[in-house]
Design a protein around this ligand. Sequence first.
Ligand SMILES: [Zn+2]
Length: 325
Amino acid sequence: MRIVYTPKYDLPAHYLGRGLHPFDLRKYSRAYKLIREWFGRRLGDLTIAPPRAIHRDELLLVHTAEYLDKLRAPAYLAQAVEVPLVAKLPAWLTDKLVLRPMRWATMGTVVAAREALAAGLAVNLSGGYHHAKPDGAEGFCSYADIAIAVAMLRREGLLGENRRIAYVDLDAHQGNGVSHCFLHDPRAFLFDVYNAGIYPAYDRLARERIDCDVPVWPGCRDDEYLGHLHDRLPGFLDSIVRGEPVGLAIYNAGTDIYAGDALGGLSISADGVLERDLFVVDQLRQRGIPTVMLLSGGYSEASHRLVANSVRRLIEKHAQPFDAT
Ligand SMILES: [Zn+2]
């Protein structure tokens, strides 16, 4: 198992301010620090830092050039990340403060996907920008890291052209950007449990693309949520492993399903989030599918602790060489 992380993932809270958006701009480093408190320096043996941010030619594997140019305009970016202050800053500064950390995180997802193929399981402590479309940013997502990672692995020959992708999205919001990126790609199989009463409920095309569509409603609690997951995920995975081999699974593990999250609208307990994460990774590992886990959304003060808890248990369970040292 590998953890992919760099302090460069954090957005500079002192510039953008807290409270402008419910997003914890330092969720990534706070989660990593907590995990390091448990494992000490040994965590370094499992940690890989992305060597650089993603480049424009790599973004162009999924995004249009027109879109990447449009993203440079602070007014457009402000709308996408839902922080009005961003519209008032010069373009060079918004690139540095907002987009560059996301380009590091996107490279982190690519590195984590490569590591998943080599080690079986990798967690990128950021990424999961599941609302980003080939030609548009929304919902705090600028770069379609999931589709970019898949495209890069295919280009590098690490993932065969016919290999299937299992995408499991358990963020509270429907992963509409991922649906659009894979709209005409029959090699990607999409499983999505989401709150049907919140954004992006209008995106019908995205919902129709989901292969296993599991909408839940606001206030959904542990029993119902985990019941759906236990009922539907094993059958979904069994159905896709029967065809061409599944080369990679991407698990978008948003913690905004947690009760009290500012945006998710669901009522899942901390124990429920942990049970969910362990169940999904177990199901994928049982079937021998290389798995990359991404953080995606999570807008409560507890988000970094929920992430750290799950990663801690995954390390204890799946990092055997680590335990032996
Ligand atoms: Zn979300």
